[in-house]
Design a protein around this ligand. Structure first.
Ligand SMILES: [Zn+2]
Ligand SMILES: [Zn+2]
Length: 365
């Protein structure tokens, strides 16, 4: 079968023939891969910044944002049958008996760092024609979501973040009787930012997306069409952003840009939360007024946290949200998918910058 493979030692990326996997245990499921989304992580792996092949292999099959169709199930598989659409989870638990997170099935909180990730760390990914995995890592998707279900994995990032934010909000006894909607700023209008904005808007936040695109651009229109407000960094510096928003209750960072993020922190409101989802490349230290930051954190009851990956619950809520969003925003949601390409076009997609919001590689038609 065809697979898009990264050779970190030889520093090369290529489409090649590899052996297709077979079901090995009674609890496994075999999928035909339909579509795989491409994201910044894939490009960073193709730039050899990270990405670790499985033990004994000199290459890693790329891809972690997938949609597949069941073609075969093991004898003890109960939840899936051939024809079902499936989104497979990315992270696999470490083997340390002391890792409470992994032992509780929450490898997204793994303590040891010895977890594995399909398409990223020590397990082959989904940019190929067939995959096999354990039933417990798979999530069934309704057939009606076929055109957009590949957005499930990037949406889980927002789902986990917002589940945590909602728990944090519960520290306030008045959360159920708010006098005004909470105001959220989304930093960045990439797929994680736009999907995050959808969850925030749907959850009742007054949502502002701040990004470098122009106000008359495609992304700005998309945000306005779902009831969000777009503020362009081209016309509004941070103080202007803050003035337009009023008080900021929440920042959902989805840029991977640390400088703009830390510059925004001094503008956070009282009792506010700042969540980081991006992983910046290392570009050298920047100056931050740590006294101001610490004073504000304390005197304004602020909370800053980071979140990575997602658990089963977040996959389930992402799929449930996609069903709602698809009905509520039948044009805006599919508009996040800006291009579909064949595996042969991998070089343009992974090694160059073809633009667009979410580009897909299509493996089966
Ligand atoms: Zn991704
Ligand atoms: Zn662990």
């Amino acid at each position: 079968m065809k697979a898009i493979c990264v050779f970190p030692k030889q520093k090369k990326v290529q489409l090649m023939e590899v052996e297709s996997p077979n079901i090995q245990t009674s609890t496994q499921v075999k999928l035909k891969i339909l579509e795989v989304g491409i994201c910044g992580t894939d490009k960073e792996i193709c730039a050899f910044q990270y990405g670790i092949p499985p033990n004994g292999s000199d290459y890693l099959i790329l891809g972690h944002e997938s949609l597949g169709e069941v073609v075969e199930v093991g004898s003890q598989v109960t939840q899936f049958k051939p024809g079902d659409l499936v989104v497979t989870m990315v992270r696999r638990p470490c083997s340390d008996p002391e890792c409470q997170a992994c032992r509780a099935g929450r490898q997204d909180f793994c303590f040891t760092g010895q977890f594995q990730e399909r398409g990223i760390k020590q397990q082959h990914g989904f940019m190929t024609e067939w995959i096999v995995d354990e039933e417990k890592y798979m999530n069934k998707v309704p057939a009606s979501l076929r055109p957009i279900a590949v957005l499930t994995e990037p949406l889980t990032i927002a789902e986990k973040a917002i589940e945590e934010i909602q728990r944090i909000q519960q520290r306030f006894p008045w959360t159920t009787s708010m006098k005004r909607p909470l105001r959220a700023v989304v930093l960045g209008a990439g797929p994680v930012g736009l999907l995050g904005a959808m969850v925030l808007i749907h959850s009742g936040f007054e949502t502002y997306v701040y990004s470098r695109e122009a106000v008359e651009g495609h992304r700005a229109k998309l945000i306005q069409s779902i009831g969000g407000k777009f503020i362009s960094a081209l016309n509004a510096a941070l103080p202007d952003l803050v003035k337009q928003v009023g008080g900021i209750d929440l920042v959902y960072e989805a840029t991977g840009a640390s400088k703009i993020s830390f510059e925004l922190i001094p503008f956070l409101g009282v009792n506010s939360t700042f969540v980081f989802t991006g992983v910046p490349g290392r570009k050298g230290p920047i100056l931050v007024d740590t006294d101001l930051l610490m004073r504000d954190l304390v005197l304004k009851n602020q909370l800053i946290f980071g979140t990575v990956n997602a658990g089963k619950e977040s996959y389930q809520s992402a799929i449930a949200h996609l069903e709602i969003f698809y009905k509520k925003w039948p044009e805006a949601l599919p508009a996040l998918i800006t291009g579909k390409f064949s595996p042969e076009q991998y070089e343009n997609l992974l090694l160059k910058n073809p633009g667009g919001i979410k580009n897909l590689i299509t493996f089966s038609n």
